[in-house]
Design a protein around this ligand. Sequence first.
Ligand code: AKG
Ligand code: FE2
Length: 241
Amino acid sequence: MPSSPLKSPLEPYALTHPTLPKGLYYIPDFITEDEEAQLARKVTEAPRSKWVTLSRRRLQTYGGTPHAKGTILEPLPSWTQVPFDRFRALGIFTKVSYHPNHLLVNEYLAGQGIMPHEDGPYYLPTVATITLGSYTVLDLYPPNPTFPEKGPAASILLERCSLVILSGEAYTAWRHGIAERSSDDRVIGTAKDDLDRWVDPSTLPSSPTRDFSQILSRGTRISLTYRQVAKPIRIPRALLR
Ligand SMILES: O=C(O)CCC(=O)C(=O)O
Ligand SMILES: [Fe+2]
């Protein structure tokens, strides 16, 4: 048999525009609308004590509380494992196991967001996020910005039911954030059109070929962010009793 280099099943989903960092992947319709509804129901039905409320969003943590010295793993509930076969088929997580062991759920009301940040050293540098309930726009900020920073270098549209993966330099070097906006007058198009999945703000207003008049309204969005913790600590079951 002729030897051919193995192609990653993720390759067709790579976002490769020059304004974007390497290691960014986007998969539209990663889950079905039924799965979206099921997952959202599980999140909203969680006991009130599961929520941690911050000033600009609220969140639930599954898998344990990340810690520099190591994270004591708690098993992920079965409802959170719905996409695991797909993660494995796509080869998204390969280090500790094929499965992630940590899930952060964020809920944003329209107008809420998250400041530009890096996800940091508590996790291995691959993160996969499913979007439920409403689209949003993920803003990407390069390393070594000039001050004051003018804004994101690029932004990508995250549709309902999609999966976005940040790995490589998109994880280790760039920052990401979600602006506290309730609508977007510059994001257009559908995920079916490669060009419209990403938006470079500096190129948008002057584009002669596209209609930028459409205004999208953000609703309540729930994101499921799956990761692998960098230093997992497994406590023998017998000790947990
Ligand atoms: O909600 C999202 O898509 C991003 C969440 C995020 O960046 C984080 O929790 O670190
Ligand atoms: Fe993040």
